[in-house]
Structures are given as C-alpha cells and as structure tokens.
Design a protein around this ligand. Structure first.
Ligand SMILES: Nc1ncnc2c1ncn2[C@@H]1O[C@H](COP(=O)(O)OP(=O)(O)OP(=O)(O)O)[C@@H](O)[C@H]1O
Length: 263
C-alpha cells in the first residue's frame, strides 16, 4: 500500500442514471508517469474528477495516499482541460501562479512567502523571465507552463493534467513532456492525453479508460493489448477551448471545434 498513490476499488460512477464507469480497480504506483488514454466519452475526465474528490463514486472507494481524496486535496496539483477564466483577462503569469495559493488567503492579501513560492514555481517551469507578462500575451506553450506552475505552487506530491498539450504544436508538446519527465523525479504524474503515440513514448504506464479501466506498464505493453483495447480503428477528437460538446460520440456527424486524430 505504501507504494500506491491512487487506489480505485470496485468503483462505479453514474451521471443521473447513466453509468459511465463500471467496476474500476486501479492502483497507480508512486513516482509513475501515467498516461490516461481512451476514446471520447470513455470516462477519462470523470476518473480524474473522482481522484480529485470533485465527484463521489456510486459504488466502491477511491483513495489518494490511502485517504479520502478531499482530505489530500493539498497534496494534489491539478491542471484542468480548460482555463476557468477568460484568457484575455488582464492578469500576469505571476498572478496566475499566485491564484494557486488563494485558498490560503480568503481574508487577506498574498504574503511575501506566497510570492517567493510563486517565483520558485515559475523557475521550475522555465518561465520566471516572463513572470510579469500578461497571460494574453503568452504563447500556448508558455500559458500551459504558467498553469503547471500554478499547480506546483502548493508543492504537490501528485500532479494531474487533463490534456495539457491539446492546443500546442508538436514541438511544444515535446517540451511539455520533457518538463513532466523532470517533475516526475519528485512526484507522481497522471496526464490525460488524446495522443496515444506521444504519451506512450513518455509515460511509464498507460491507464486505458473506456467505461472499464486497466493499467499496463508501457515497457510490457503489446501491440495486441493496444489494438484489443481500441478494437482497431478509432477516431478521437481533441476538445478545443471553446468546445461546447459533452458527449463526443454525437459529433461524429456534426461540425465541431476540435482536431480529429486517427489512431
Ligand atoms: N456533467 C455531466 N452530466 C452528464 N453526463 C456527463 C457529464 N460529464 C460527462 N458526462 C458524460 O459522461 C461520459 C464520460 O465523459 P468524460 O468527460 O469523463 O469522458 P472523456 O473520456 O474525458 O471524454 P473526452 O475524451 O471526450 O474528453 C460521456 O458520455 C459524457 O457525455
């Protein structure tokens, strides 16, 4: 148990009456870099929300560091799929990182220690030189680094990222995974990705989520396992920032603000 950071035991989850995860048993090992992959609507984001304690299982238990997720919220850094505010809002990279300390200051201003921690977090993602630049004037990759710094500012032991490379080019995607490799020396990382090829190159494990879930070590994975999971050909849609789609299966025959990938 010491070596397990996230544990799902016999977990089912339904939105209203619609079950989207069924009998999930998963043990994510300490210091692993886990790529969460699977088809659109397979339940990846739901799995992340259960890990964060934002959703409660209909059945079974979820534990993070052997405790209920909400009790270990301070140990988890989270980079969401979409910004929770308008990217044109006039805030600097430093302001964005400081927001990661906001829960300590409901009744007062940031303190000197918060600013020191925020600058340290920006240094960890190589963005300290742009700390005063407005978020709106950062490139997609720099903006993503600022969000990772925000998640790092509370010194997490577990970092969860929901599609951190959805809106960046291949070169920046590579740099972000290099950064995750570096951070992985100190913490466990779980990254939801639509790019099976890239994530397989960088992750130590793959969690394949498609209503059920299985965890495999990347160095032990076989072609047969991958194609069995995907049942051959599969179209995956990356959701863009302005995406309005909940159930991606419905957009196969509709216009969509996203990028399709054939796997
Ligand atoms: N708040 C919600 N209320 C009702 N149904 C939801 C809600 N959020 C997600 N769902 C449904 O649950 C299923 C799983 O969604 P989820 O977002 O976890 O999948 P995903 O694997 O992350 O998908 P994608 O790859 O498209 O981002 C989908 O069928 C989706 O329509």
């Amino acid at each position: 148990m010491d070596n397990v950071v996230i544990q799902f035991r016999d977990v089912c989850f339904a939105y209203d009456q619609q079950e989207v995860l069924h009998n999930i048993d998963l043990s994510i090992p300490n210091k692993s870099l886990v790529g969460v992959v699977g088809p659109n609507g397979g339940g990846k984001t739901t799995l992340v929300k259960l890990t964060l304690g934002l959703l409660k299982p209909s059945r079974g238990t979820v534990k993070v560091f052997d405790e209920a997720p909400e009790r270990r919220r301070h140990s988890i850094g989270y980079v969401p799929q979409h910004l929770s505010f308008d990217p044109e809002f006039p805030v600097s990279a430093l302001d964005v990182v400081l927001m990661g300390r906001a829960d300590r200051h409901w009744f007062g201003p940031y303190r000197r220690r918060d600013r020191i921690k925020a600058v340290e977090a920006l240094e960890r993602v190589n963005l300290a030189h742009l700390s005063h630049r407005s978020l709106a004037h950062l490139s997609g990759g720099e903006r993503q680094r600022a969000l990772i710094a925000q998640a790092l500012v509370s010194d997490p032991e577990l970092l969860i990222l929901d599609e951190p490379t959805a809106n960046v080019d291949t070169n920046v995607e590579h740099q972000i995974y290099e950064l995750l490799h570096e951070l992985n020396k100190q913490m466990t990382i779980v990254v939801v990705s639509h790019n099976l090829n890239v994530v397989t190159r960088h992750a130590s494990h793959l969690a394949c989520v498609n209503r059920s879930a299985s965890l495999v070590r990347v160095d032990e994975i076989t072609e047969g396992q991958l194609s069995a999971f995907h049942r051959g050909d599969m179209t995956v849609i990356q959701h863009a920032q302005d995406c309005h789609v909940h159930d991606a299966s419905s957009v196969m025959c509709e216009p969509h603000h996203g990028k399709e990938t054939r796997l």
